[in-house]
Design a protein. Structure first.
Length: 223
């Protein structure tokens, strides 16, 4: 049996007597279920069912020997270290650790709480910004894809210090496609005329990344 077929994910939330809390957590978990093809169980530490301790026993009884415990907690408080990690006799986060559940030896991996993720901080920042109108109104946003590209290319071209206009435009396209201005320092362009002639001759373009292939406006692309 390979590791994945032997692996289950058990997500542990705080739990609440208020049903709206559980509904919010379940909506978030649905997002994960659609993206990870493993058995995923939502459990709670207190107030709500199923209790993670009971379900962990069930998971082990079903034959799973690798269990990822995903902590749906914000910070590293008593619930994380005392209620959960102390119970399963594990003292490290983000590390596969052997432990014993009832009569079975299994491996468990406990994820970090969510507060350490910059995405959580960013999400909070956006919510606060909405309250104080920190962002411009929707009227200031460009929605038309062609206009977005034109506006972006103009700004990129102004920022590049390259004498050859054709080379400058090729590098600007690379910056636009990647969304990373720093890439301009590392892109080297040569044989532009040969490239133009090849495209005019309708040769096929070979890429090693599907995202690159998707972004090329040319019918003959092989990835």
């Amino acid at each position: 049996m390979d590791n994945l077929s032997n692996t289950a994910i058990m997500l542990v939330g705080h739990g609440s007597r208020r049903e709206t809390y559980n509904e919010d957590i379940e909506m978030m978990i649905d997002y994960i279920r659609k993206r990870i093809n493993l058995p995923i169980f939502l459990t709670y530490n207190e107030f709500s069912k199923p209790d993670w301790r009971e379900l962990l026993n069930v998971i082990v009884e079903r034959g799973f020997r690798r269990v990822i415990i995903g902590l749906v907690f914000l910070g590293r408080g008593n619930h994380v270290f005392k209620d959960i990690m102390n119970y399963i006799k594990v003292n490290k986060l983000n590390t596969w650790t052997r432990t014993q559940i009832n009569d079975s030896i299994i491996e468990v991996y406990v994820t970090e709480p969510l507060a350490s993720s910059p995405l959580v901080a960013l999400s909070l920042f956006y919510r606060l910004s909405r309250a104080i109108n920190l962002f411009p109104s929707l009227d200031d946003f460009i929605e038309d894809p062609t206009e977005i590209e034109e506006e972006s290319m103009n700004k990129i071209l102004k920022s590049l210090v390259i004498n050859d206009e054709r080379e400058k435009r090729v590098i600007a396209k690379a910056v636009f496609a990647s969304g990373n201005p720093e890439i301009a320092k590392y892109v080297k362009v040569n044989n532009i005329d040969a490239g133009i002639e090849a495209i005019k001759s309708q040769v096929e373009i070979l890429t090693d990344v599907k995202m690159v292939a998707a972004g090329i406006r040319w019918n003959k692309v092989i990835c």
